[in-house]
Structures are given as C-alpha cells and as structure tokens.
Design a binder for this molecule. Structure first.
Ligand code: PLP
Length: 430
C-alpha cells in the first residue's frame, strides 16, 4: 500500500468515509483520495511526496495561489494577538467596508464562518422580512447543507443521492420541511413565470447561483436573470444571489457585476476568507436591519468575524483589487480551456469548454450544457477515465463531473502548458 492508501484506511476508522466533506472521497471516480502534506502556488504534494498541479484550489478560495507570502504574513501577524476574542474588532469594519465598496448592492454585511451559514441565514432573513414561507431554488444548484436547501441539490449530492426525485436529497430531512422549497429547472423562464403568477404573494425568496458551479459550470441566460429580477420585485420577494463560489472569482464584483443585476441579498464565502473559515451575507439596509440585535431575525456565531480569518480575507481582497488581476486570471483560464479543447479535437474526443474569470467547466459532450438535465447526459464514464489519467500525469481535477474547476494567479504559462501536455497524452489514451 502507498502512503495515501495507508492514511485513507486509517482515516476511515475514526472519520466517517475517511473524509470531512463528502466530495473529497472520490466516490464518483473511484480510487484513493490524495492526502495533502503541503501546497505552494499552483501545486500541492501528497503523502507519497508526488507533486500535483491543483485545479480545485480548495474548491475556489485560493485565488492568489497557495501559501501566498503576503497572506501568510498577514495571518501570522494576526495570530500573534490571539485567534479569537468574541468581541468586535476594527478589522471586521475594514472588511465590511471593503466588501460593500466592491459590491455596491451590499449596503450592510454580516460575517459568518461558512457558505452554508450565509445562505441559511439569508433565507431566514428573507422569510422574516417578508413574513412568507415559500422559497424557490433551482435544480442542480447547491447552497450548502441547510435542511430546506437539500432538494435536488448539486455538488456532492449529485454523486451520492438520487437527485432526480422531487424529495429531500439527503436523509434526515423531513418531507414536511422541504414542502416550503419549490425547485425549478435552471434557465427555464416559463417555469418561474408560472409559479409567480400562481403563488407570487407567498414567495419569500428566490435563491440562485448566478453562474452555477455545482453541476459543472452552467451559465444563465439574460432572459432568465431579468425575469427573476422583475418577478421578485413585482411580487415583493427577496432575490438572493448565492455568490459563495462566484463572488470575487468570476470578476472582482462577482457575477452581479457582469450581469448588471442588483440582487436584494448576496451570499459570499470562499475567496473572501482567502482559505480561512469566513463567509458573509449582505444587501439592502432595509432588509439587513431586521437582523438581531436590531430586529427579530436571530443569527449569531462564536467565531463570526474571526480576526485571523479577517486578516486573510482583507489581504486577499487587497491583492485581487490590484490592476490587471482579473485580466490575467481570465486570460490564463481561457488559454487553458482553449488548449484542452484543441487537445481533445486532435484526439477526436467530443469535448466542450467554458470559463468565466478564474472558474471553468469542461464537458464530455459536443456542446456546453445549459441545464442540469443536459449535464447528466454528458459522458460521465469518459470523465472518470480522464480524471485518473490526468491524476497519473500529476494534474488534480475535481473528482466529479458535476463540479466546476478553479485556477489562480499562480497558474502561469508554464503551468498551463504542463496541464495541456498532460491532457494531450490523456486524451490519446481514452
Ligand atoms: N453556496 C455555494 C454556491 C457553494 O458553492 C457552496 C460550497 O461549495 C456553499 C454555498 C456552501 O459553502 P460552505 O461549504 O462554505 O458551507
């Protein structure tokens, strides 16, 4: 047994499935997860001391590269003055001010420790604000693991549960609880119009991934986005953009800055903590002021606004705000996707690619899918083989065909060319 196998066997004795988050378990692709010992820039090393080019980047956060020296320095400095106080700090104000200035739709912001907390709290707030119960989510979108959101959910749920049933995608979630969650197909304008025409005055909120990344990468149509904005405004429902993945990743101002849509509430996470447990939700002051201690909607957290996480977040936001950051990141990601497509074409493998900023999708299909249903029809068997061939070549892709991929500013030309060379040899062996 190699060292990764030894660790995986040991892990399974005390950790269910050997992992602390299901998608790390390689269930869709089979094989043994790599146990990471260290990472730097675009690379990480496993327990066998094999080096991989990382195309997950902690599922999005590590946009400035692993162990970025500026972020490391900021974190070390913060850690010297204790890890947590449970009392407010000036750093939290600076981070809130920075976020609100980057994303003008956020007049106020509340910090939490995970994306799950952000979406769960935003929904509670929307329900408290409107006095309504119903929420709308979309098939294949993942918004964390709060009970009422685990219906036809994306990400790990797509590889573990039967998400085709109109029922909770997870055990332990009562049918009664999800009866307040309506699930509609992504990009289906007629479906959302129909629901609003029938039940508009009962709908508290619509929550969506404005560029979906948990059923591979799926882009919304302009018509879909504007229908949603118009219908929620007309019926007094709260439009929640879940930008936990897309925020600061597809562009500095997130998907909303590219789409020209002003949501009522936005959920953030991943990049905003630079790899530390940090997330947030924010939006219109009128809505945010319903939160405790001002209003009746309760929300709290022992480690919320943690000073070490705030330091990592502040430094990361400073780096990504520098001129040319997103031009370079987007350019490198595009170069990578174009190279992969050319390599597939050369080998005669049906393959399509897409990217927005530093987020990408590739599909074993003739064209880029636009719905959850279309993603499930891509060639998953080809993906599984490709994943392992690339892993052998030292390229670490997300171990599921239902996940987007992520780059960083450390993915320079040398790294991009190495990935393309690995893909050329992998496609030939498919
Ligand atoms: N929302 C979206 C769009 C996500 O991609 C994720 C995680 O992948 C979450 C929410 C949940 O975030 P966390 O895993 O930090 O709880």
């Amino acid at each position: 047994m190699n060292q990764n196998e030894v660790l995986f066997e040991r892990a399974q004795k005390t950790i269910p499935g050997g992992v602390n988050s299901p998608v790390r378990a390689f269930r869709q692709v089979g094989g043994t997860p790599r146990f990471v010992t260290k990472a730097k820039g675009p690379y990480f090393w496993d327990a066998e001391n094999k080096r991989y080019i990382d195309l997950i980047m902690s599922w999005g956060p590590m946009i400035v590269g692993h162990a970025n020296p500026e972020v490391v320095e900021a974190v070390q400095k913060a850690a010297e003055t204790s890890f947590s106080y449970g009392a407010p700090t000036e750093g939290e104000i600076e981070l809130a001010e920075r976020i609100c200035s980057i994303m003008p739709s956020l007049e106020q912001v509340r910090m939490v420790s995970s994306g799950t907390e952000a979406t769960m709290s935003a929904l509670r707030l929307a329900r408290g604000y409107t006095g309504r119960d119903l929420i709308i989510k979309f098939e294949g979108c993942y918004h964390g693991h709060a009970d009422s959101l685990l219906v036809k959910a994306g990400s790990g749920l797509l590889t573990f549960a039967d998400s085709t049933q109109n029922a909770p995608s997870s055990g332990g979630v009562p049918q009664d609880l999800v009866k307040h969650t309506l699930v509609l197909p992504y990009n289906d304008v007629a479906a959302i119009e129909e629901v609003f025409n029938k039940q508009g005055n009962e709908i508290a909120a619509v929550i969506l991934e404005p560029i979906a990344g948990n059923m591979n990468l799926i882009q919304p149509s302009k018509e879909f986005l504007s229908a949603m904005r118009n219908l929620t405004s007309k019926h007094g429902s709260v439009l929640i953009y879940d930008e936990v993945m897309t925020g600061f990743r597809v562009a500095l101002g997130g998907a909303q800055s590219l789409q020209g849509i002003t949501p009522d509430l936005t959920c953030l996470g991943k990049v905003m903590g630079g790899g530390m447990p940090m997330a947030a939700f924010g939006g219109k002051k009128e809505i945010m002021s319903k939160l405790a201690p001002l209003g009746s909607v309760y929300q709290a957290g022992t480690l919320s606004g943690n000073p070490v996480a705030v330091a990592a977040g502040l430094k990361t936001l400073e780096i990504i705000s520098r001129e040319g950051f997103y031009e370079y990141l987007t350019g490198q990601t595009k170069k990578l996707m174009t190279g992969l497509k050319q390599a597939a074409d050369k080998a005669g493998v049906p393959f399509a690619v897409d990217n927005v900023g530093g987020m990408f999708g590739f599909y074993f299909a003739n064209q880029v899918p636009t719905s959850f249903e279309a993603v499930t029809k891509t060639d998953i068997e080809a993906f599984k083989k490709f994943f392992h061939l690339m892993l052998d070549e030292g390229v670490y892709l997300a171990p599921s065909a239902y996940e987007a991929g992520f780059t960083s500013i450390a993915h320079d030309d040398e790294v991009v060319n190495a990935i393309i060379a690995a893909a050329e040899s992998s496609f030939k062996k498919l």
